[in-house]
Design a protein around this ligand. Structure first.
Ligand SMILES: Nc1ncnc2c1ncn2[C@@H]1O[C@H](COP(=O)(O)OP(=O)(O)O)[C@@H](O)[C@H]1O
Ligand SMILES: [Mg+2]
Length: 248
Protein backbone atom coordinates (compact mmCIF):
# COMPACT_ATOMS: atom_id res chain seq x y z
CA UNK A 1 0.00 0.00 0.00
CA UNK A 2 1.26 3.48 -0.82
CA UNK A 3 0.54 6.00 1.91
CA UNK A 4 -0.54 9.53 1.02
CA UNK A 5 2.34 11.96 1.32
CA UNK A 6 2.73 15.66 1.93
CA UNK A 7 4.36 16.09 -1.46
CA UNK A 8 2.34 17.45 -4.37
CA UNK A 9 3.79 14.76 -6.65
CA UNK A 10 4.97 11.41 -5.34
CA UNK A 11 6.27 8.94 -7.91
CA UNK A 12 7.15 5.63 -6.30
CA UNK A 13 8.92 2.63 -7.73
CA UNK A 14 7.73 3.49 -11.21
CA UNK A 15 8.67 1.06 -13.96
CA UNK A 16 7.71 0.70 -17.60
CA UNK A 17 8.96 -2.13 -19.68
CA UNK A 18 8.82 -2.15 -23.50
CA UNK A 19 9.24 -5.77 -24.64
CA UNK A 20 11.38 -6.46 -21.60
CA UNK A 21 13.44 -3.25 -21.88
CA UNK A 22 12.96 -1.06 -18.83
CA UNK A 23 12.92 2.53 -20.14
CA UNK A 24 12.00 3.69 -16.62
CA UNK A 25 13.21 1.39 -13.88
CA UNK A 26 12.01 1.69 -10.28
CA UNK A 27 12.06 5.49 -10.23
CA UNK A 28 10.97 7.35 -7.10
CA UNK A 29 10.65 11.10 -7.14
CA UNK A 30 9.00 13.60 -4.81
CA UNK A 31 8.20 17.16 -5.86
CA UNK A 32 6.82 19.84 -3.55
CA UNK A 33 4.25 22.47 -4.25
CA UNK A 34 6.11 25.59 -5.37
CA UNK A 35 9.10 23.53 -6.51
CA UNK A 36 10.78 23.66 -9.90
CA UNK A 37 12.50 20.31 -10.48
CA UNK A 38 14.83 19.78 -13.42
CA UNK A 39 15.48 16.29 -14.80
CA UNK A 40 18.76 15.82 -16.66
CA UNK A 41 20.62 12.84 -18.09
CA UNK A 42 22.07 11.45 -21.33
CA UNK A 43 19.94 10.65 -24.36
CA UNK A 44 17.86 7.56 -23.83
CA UNK A 45 17.97 7.89 -20.02
CA UNK A 46 14.16 7.69 -19.80
CA UNK A 47 13.39 11.36 -19.13
CA UNK A 48 10.67 11.81 -21.76
CA UNK A 49 9.18 8.43 -20.89
CA UNK A 50 8.94 9.54 -17.25
CA UNK A 51 6.84 12.55 -18.29
CA UNK A 52 4.76 10.31 -20.59
CA UNK A 53 3.98 8.12 -17.57
CA UNK A 54 3.02 11.04 -15.32
CA UNK A 55 0.63 12.56 -17.88
CA UNK A 56 -0.96 9.21 -18.78
CA UNK A 57 0.35 8.97 -22.34
CA UNK A 58 2.15 5.75 -21.42
CA UNK A 59 0.96 3.24 -18.81
CA UNK A 60 3.40 1.99 -16.19
CA UNK A 61 4.16 -1.69 -15.79
CA UNK A 62 4.30 -1.17 -12.02
CA UNK A 63 4.62 1.52 -9.38
CA UNK A 64 2.51 4.50 -8.45
CA UNK A 65 2.09 8.16 -9.31
CA UNK A 66 0.27 10.21 -6.70
CA UNK A 67 -0.59 13.80 -7.38
CA UNK A 68 -2.32 15.77 -4.64
CA UNK A 69 -3.10 12.35 -3.16
CA UNK A 70 -4.87 11.07 -6.26
CA UNK A 71 -3.49 8.02 -8.01
CA UNK A 72 -2.78 8.90 -11.66
CA UNK A 73 -1.28 5.67 -12.91
CA UNK A 74 -4.58 4.17 -14.04
CA UNK A 75 -6.45 7.41 -14.74
CA UNK A 76 -7.47 8.34 -18.33
CA UNK A 77 -5.24 10.98 -19.96
CA UNK A 78 -8.05 13.57 -20.22
CA UNK A 79 -8.98 13.02 -16.59
CA UNK A 80 -5.35 13.61 -15.58
CA UNK A 81 -5.56 16.96 -17.39
CA UNK A 82 -8.77 17.77 -15.51
CA UNK A 83 -6.99 16.88 -12.28
CA UNK A 84 -4.52 19.69 -12.87
CA UNK A 85 -1.66 18.23 -14.89
CA UNK A 86 -0.44 20.12 -17.99
CA UNK A 87 2.17 18.71 -20.37
CA UNK A 88 4.18 20.44 -23.05
CA UNK A 89 5.80 18.16 -25.61
CA UNK A 90 9.08 18.79 -27.46
CA UNK A 91 7.36 19.72 -30.72
CA UNK A 92 5.00 22.71 -30.44
CA UNK A 93 1.31 22.02 -30.89
CA UNK A 94 -0.04 25.51 -31.49
CA UNK A 95 -2.56 26.32 -34.23
CA UNK A 96 -0.47 28.23 -36.81
CA UNK A 97 -3.38 29.97 -38.59
CA UNK A 98 -5.03 31.19 -35.38
CA UNK A 99 -3.98 34.34 -33.56
CA UNK A 100 -2.33 34.35 -30.16
CA UNK A 101 -5.69 35.31 -28.63
CA UNK A 102 -7.51 32.48 -30.44
CA UNK A 103 -4.88 29.90 -29.50
CA UNK A 104 -5.36 30.82 -25.85
CA UNK A 105 -9.14 30.93 -26.27
CA UNK A 106 -9.42 27.38 -27.65
CA UNK A 107 -7.30 26.16 -24.72
CA UNK A 108 -9.68 27.55 -22.12
CA UNK A 109 -11.13 24.53 -20.31
CA UNK A 110 -14.67 23.75 -21.30
CA UNK A 111 -17.29 23.36 -18.64
CA UNK A 112 -15.65 25.80 -16.28
CA UNK A 113 -17.11 28.98 -14.93
CA UNK A 114 -20.59 27.53 -14.40
CA UNK A 115 -21.11 29.61 -11.27
CA UNK A 116 -19.33 32.63 -12.59
CA UNK A 117 -21.65 32.76 -15.59
CA UNK A 118 -24.55 33.57 -13.30
CA UNK A 119 -22.94 36.91 -12.51
CA UNK A 120 -21.04 37.91 -15.62
CA UNK A 121 -20.77 36.52 -19.09
CA UNK A 122 -18.50 33.62 -19.79
CA UNK A 123 -16.86 35.48 -22.62
CA UNK A 124 -15.74 38.20 -20.20
CA UNK A 125 -14.32 35.58 -17.88
CA UNK A 126 -12.45 33.92 -20.74
CA UNK A 127 -11.19 37.23 -22.09
CA UNK A 128 -9.80 38.44 -18.80
CA UNK A 129 -8.01 35.13 -18.25
CA UNK A 130 -6.52 35.30 -21.77
CA UNK A 131 -5.20 38.82 -21.16
CA UNK A 132 -3.71 37.76 -17.84
CA UNK A 133 -1.93 34.77 -19.38
CA UNK A 134 -0.79 36.72 -22.47
CA UNK A 135 0.96 39.15 -20.16
CA UNK A 136 2.66 36.34 -18.26
CA UNK A 137 4.08 34.86 -21.49
CA UNK A 138 5.25 38.22 -22.93
CA UNK A 139 2.65 38.18 -25.73
CA UNK A 140 0.14 40.79 -24.56
CA UNK A 141 1.10 43.06 -27.44
CA UNK A 142 0.77 40.25 -30.00
CA UNK A 143 -2.78 39.11 -29.32
CA UNK A 144 -3.86 39.61 -32.94
CA UNK A 145 -0.72 38.08 -34.44
CA UNK A 146 -1.08 34.79 -36.29
CA UNK A 147 0.84 32.14 -34.39
CA UNK A 148 2.81 31.04 -37.43
CA UNK A 149 4.66 34.35 -37.70
CA UNK A 150 5.82 34.40 -34.07
CA UNK A 151 9.50 33.72 -33.37
CA UNK A 152 10.47 30.21 -32.32
CA UNK A 153 10.74 31.32 -28.70
CA UNK A 154 7.38 33.10 -28.76
CA UNK A 155 5.75 29.92 -30.09
CA UNK A 156 7.16 28.02 -27.12
CA UNK A 157 5.79 30.66 -24.74
CA UNK A 158 2.41 30.52 -26.43
CA UNK A 159 2.31 26.80 -25.85
CA UNK A 160 3.16 27.30 -22.18
CA UNK A 161 0.35 29.89 -22.09
CA UNK A 162 -2.07 27.34 -23.56
CA UNK A 163 -1.29 25.17 -20.53
CA UNK A 164 -1.46 28.07 -18.05
CA UNK A 165 -4.97 29.04 -19.16
CA UNK A 166 -6.37 26.09 -17.20
CA UNK A 167 -4.21 26.96 -14.15
CA UNK A 168 -2.73 23.45 -13.76
CA UNK A 169 -1.13 22.58 -10.43
CA UNK A 170 1.58 20.49 -12.11
CA UNK A 171 3.32 21.51 -15.33
CA UNK A 172 5.59 19.12 -17.25
CA UNK A 173 7.93 20.63 -19.86
CA UNK A 174 10.23 18.73 -22.23
CA UNK A 175 13.26 20.83 -23.28
CA UNK A 176 11.42 24.18 -23.42
CA UNK A 177 14.44 26.33 -24.44
CA UNK A 178 15.81 24.12 -27.22
CA UNK A 179 16.54 26.39 -30.20
CA UNK A 180 15.90 29.64 -28.30
CA UNK A 181 18.09 32.75 -28.47
CA UNK A 182 20.03 33.91 -25.41
CA UNK A 183 17.53 36.66 -24.60
CA UNK A 184 14.59 34.28 -25.04
CA UNK A 185 16.28 31.83 -22.66
CA UNK A 186 16.61 34.56 -20.03
CA UNK A 187 12.94 35.46 -20.30
CA UNK A 188 11.98 31.79 -20.22
CA UNK A 189 13.99 31.32 -17.01
CA UNK A 190 12.04 34.21 -15.46
CA UNK A 191 8.77 32.77 -16.74
CA UNK A 192 9.46 29.31 -15.31
CA UNK A 193 10.53 30.71 -11.93
CA UNK A 194 7.32 32.74 -11.85
CA UNK A 195 4.95 29.93 -12.84
CA UNK A 196 6.46 27.54 -10.31
CA UNK A 197 5.19 29.76 -7.49
CA UNK A 198 2.23 28.02 -5.92
CA UNK A 199 2.41 24.96 -8.17
CA UNK A 200 4.89 22.23 -9.15
CA UNK A 201 6.93 22.28 -12.34
CA UNK A 202 9.06 19.45 -13.78
CA UNK A 203 11.39 20.43 -16.62
CA UNK A 204 13.64 18.22 -18.75
CA UNK A 205 16.66 20.24 -19.82
CA UNK A 206 20.16 19.86 -21.32
CA UNK A 207 21.61 23.37 -21.11
CA UNK A 208 23.49 23.29 -17.80
CA UNK A 209 23.69 27.07 -17.47
CA UNK A 210 19.94 27.22 -17.84
CA UNK A 211 19.50 24.39 -15.33
CA UNK A 212 21.63 26.24 -12.80
CA UNK A 213 19.53 29.35 -13.28
CA UNK A 214 16.13 27.75 -12.74
CA UNK A 215 16.39 24.56 -10.68
CA UNK A 216 15.41 24.17 -7.06
CA UNK A 217 16.60 20.56 -7.21
CA UNK A 218 18.02 18.42 -9.99
CA UNK A 219 17.30 14.73 -10.63
CA UNK A 220 19.84 12.92 -12.80
CA UNK A 221 18.58 9.90 -14.74
CA UNK A 222 20.66 7.21 -16.40
CA UNK A 223 19.49 3.96 -18.00
CA UNK A 224 15.98 4.38 -16.61
CA UNK A 225 17.13 4.91 -13.04
CA UNK A 226 17.71 7.89 -10.76
CA UNK A 227 21.49 8.24 -10.59
CA UNK A 228 21.67 11.26 -8.28
CA UNK A 229 19.48 13.97 -6.85
CA UNK A 230 19.90 17.25 -5.01
CA UNK A 231 21.12 20.79 -5.51
CA UNK A 232 22.94 21.68 -8.72
CA UNK A 233 26.18 22.02 -6.72
CA UNK A 234 25.73 18.56 -5.30
CA UNK A 235 24.91 16.73 -8.52
CA UNK A 236 27.56 18.42 -10.64
CA UNK A 237 30.23 17.29 -8.20
CA UNK A 238 28.89 13.75 -8.00
CA UNK A 239 31.45 11.35 -9.49
CA UNK A 240 28.86 9.04 -11.03
CA UNK A 241 27.17 12.01 -12.72
CA UNK A 242 30.48 13.33 -14.06
CA UNK A 243 31.31 9.90 -15.43
CA UNK A 244 28.06 9.23 -17.30
CA UNK A 245 26.91 12.71 -18.22
CA UNK A 246 28.93 15.81 -17.49
CA UNK A 247 32.40 14.49 -18.12
CA UNK A 248 32.24 14.41 -21.92
N1 LIG B 1 7.18 3.34 -26.90
C1 LIG B 1 8.42 2.84 -26.80
N2 LIG B 1 8.71 1.59 -27.22
C2 LIG B 1 9.95 1.09 -27.11
N3 LIG B 1 11.00 1.76 -26.59
C3 LIG B 1 10.79 3.03 -26.18
C4 LIG B 1 9.50 3.65 -26.27
N4 LIG B 1 9.60 4.90 -25.76
C5 LIG B 1 10.88 5.06 -25.40
N5 LIG B 1 11.60 3.94 -25.65
C6 LIG B 1 13.03 3.75 -25.35
O1 LIG B 1 13.23 4.08 -23.99
C7 LIG B 1 14.48 4.70 -23.80
C8 LIG B 1 14.28 6.03 -23.10
O2 LIG B 1 13.76 6.96 -24.04
P1 LIG B 1 13.40 8.46 -23.65
O3 LIG B 1 12.50 8.44 -22.47
O4 LIG B 1 12.89 9.11 -24.88
O5 LIG B 1 14.82 9.04 -23.23
P2 LIG B 1 15.29 10.55 -23.01
O6 LIG B 1 14.11 11.43 -23.08
O7 LIG B 1 15.96 10.54 -21.68
O8 LIG B 1 16.29 10.82 -24.10
C9 LIG B 1 15.12 4.81 -25.17
O9 LIG B 1 16.03 3.73 -25.32
C10 LIG B 1 13.95 4.68 -26.11
O10 LIG B 1 14.36 4.13 -27.34
MG1 LIG C 1 13.65 13.07 -24.35
Amino acid sequence: MVLPTDYALAVENLTVSFDGFKAVDAVSLYVDKGELRVVIGPNGAGKTTLLDLICGKTRPTSGSIQFLNRELSSMAEQKIVRNGVGRKFQTPSIYPKLTVFENLEVSFPKGRGVWGSLFFSRSEEVKSRILEVAKEIYLDEDLDTEAEILSHGQKQWLEIGMLLIANPQLILLDEPVAGMSVSERKKTAELLRRISQGRSVVVIEHDMNFVREIADKVTVMHQGKVLAEGSMDKVENDEKVIEVYLGH
